[in-house]
Design a protein around this ligand. Structure first.
Ligand code: SF4
Length: 277
C-alpha cells in the first residue's frame, strides 16, 4: 500500500445528495479495494487509477475543517462518500476521529458508513453524541469466499456484524446497507437472508441496492471473472422478495431508489452515496 500525505484547502464539500448537506472524505482512495466500488470512478489521479493500492491522506484536514465550521451552517455530514473513513490507515492518522470531534462539537450531525470494525475505537465519542450520529455497516454476504473476492481488503462480514451489534447495544442508531447485490454473485437467499437476520437482531433499518455499472468498477469485477449484465426484471423480483422477508422480520427496508425519493421529499435521509450510483 502506497500512502501519500497531501494538504487540502477545503474539508467539507457540498453534497449533491438529498440526505446530506455536506460530505467529508479524509482520504482519497480506499485500501479495502472492493471490486464493485463506484468511488474509483469518482476519484481523480493515482488513488483512482490504482484503486486499493494507493491512499492519499489529507493531513491538514482537521485544521481546515475547524476553520470551515465556524462559518458554515450546521447540517448532516456524510462520513464518507467516496472512501471508507475507518480503513486501516485511520489507526495511524485519526483524521476521521479528529473530524468527528470538530463536527459534533460544532453542532453538525454525522452519518457514518463503513465496512470496518475500526469504528469501534470511536465509540466513546459516538456514544456521547449518539443523538447526532448514525452508523451504517455494509454487508454484502456472509459467504467468506464471496466476500473475500469482492472486498479483498475489508474486515470479514462476521466482524462487521459484531461491530454493528455492539454499536446498537450502546444506543447509537444503526443501519445496514445490503449492497451492491450482483446477479449470480451475491443474490442467493444464502447471501441476503443472514444479513437481514443481523439487521433484525440489531433493530437496524436496511437499504438494499443492486450493482450499478461504472466503467472502472466493471473492469475490476471483470478481473475476477464477474461481468454483470443489466437485468431490471431480475432486480425487481429480487427486491420484492427481500422486502417481503424484511416485512416478516419486522424490518424497515427500502431500495436505494425508494430511500432517495423519500430523502428528496423530506430534504433529509440517512444513507450513503453507495446506494445511488
Ligand atoms: S469500503 Fe467503500 S469506498 Fe472502500 S473500496 Fe469498498 S466500497 Fe469503495
Amino acid at each position: 500500500m502506497r500512502v501519500v500525505e497531501i494538504r487540502v484547502k477545503s474539508a467539507l464539500s457540498r453534497s449533491g445528495l438529498p440526505e446530506y448537506d455536506y460530505a467529508l472524505n479524509p482520504y482519497l482512495g480506499c485500501s479495502h479495494g472492493c471490486r464493485y466500488c463506484y468511488a474509483k470512478d469518482f476519484t481523480r489521479g493515482e488513488p483512482g487509477e490504482k484503486w486499493g493500492e494507493v491512499v492519499y491522506v489529507k493531513v491538514n484536514l482537521p485544521e481546515v475543517l475547524a476553520r470551515e465550521v465556524r462559518s458554515l451552517e450546521p447540517g448532516v455530514v456524510g462520513v464518507s462518500t467516496i472512501t471508507d473513513p475507518y480503513q486501516p490507515i485511520e489507526a495511524k492518522y485519526r483524521l476521521t476521529r479528529k473530524s468527528l470531534e470538530i463536527l459534533l462539537g460544532a453542532g453538525f450531525r454525522a452519518s457514518i458508513q463503513t465496512k470496518s470494525t475500526y469504528v469501534l475505537k470511536d465509540m466513546d465519542l459516538l456514544f456521547v453524541h449518539r443523538r447526532a450520529v448514525d452508523v451504517g455497516l455494509t454487508i454484502t454476504t456472509f459467504r467468506p469466499e464471496v466476500a473475500k473476492a469482492l472486498e479483498p481488503g475489508a474486515p470479514p462480514p462476521r466482524a462487521r456484524a459484531a461491530a454493528l451489534s455492539y454499536i446498537a447495544e450502546l444506543g447509537v442508531r444503526t443501519w445496514v446497507f445490503l449492497g451492491p447485490i450482483i446477479k449470480g454473485v451475491n443474490d442467493s437467499e444464502d447471501d441476503w437472508r443472514p444479513v437481514l437476520e443481523v439487521a433484525a437482531r440489531t433493530h437496524s433499518e436496511v437499504t438494499i441496492d443492486r450493482y450499478r455499472p461504472r466503467p472502472g468498477a466493471d473492469l475490476m469485477l471483470a478481473s475476477i471473472g464477474v461481468r454483470p449484465a443489466a437485468d431490471p426484471a431480475w432486480w425487481s423480483a429480487l427486491a420484492a422478495k427481500i422486502k417481503g422477508e424484511c416485512a416478516s422480520l419486522g424490518l424497515v427496508c427500502r431500495t436505494a431508489e425508494e430511500e432517495w425519493r423519500e430523502a428528496r421529499s423530506r430534504g433529509r435521509g440517512g444513507v450513503g452515496l453507495d446506494k445511488f450510483l
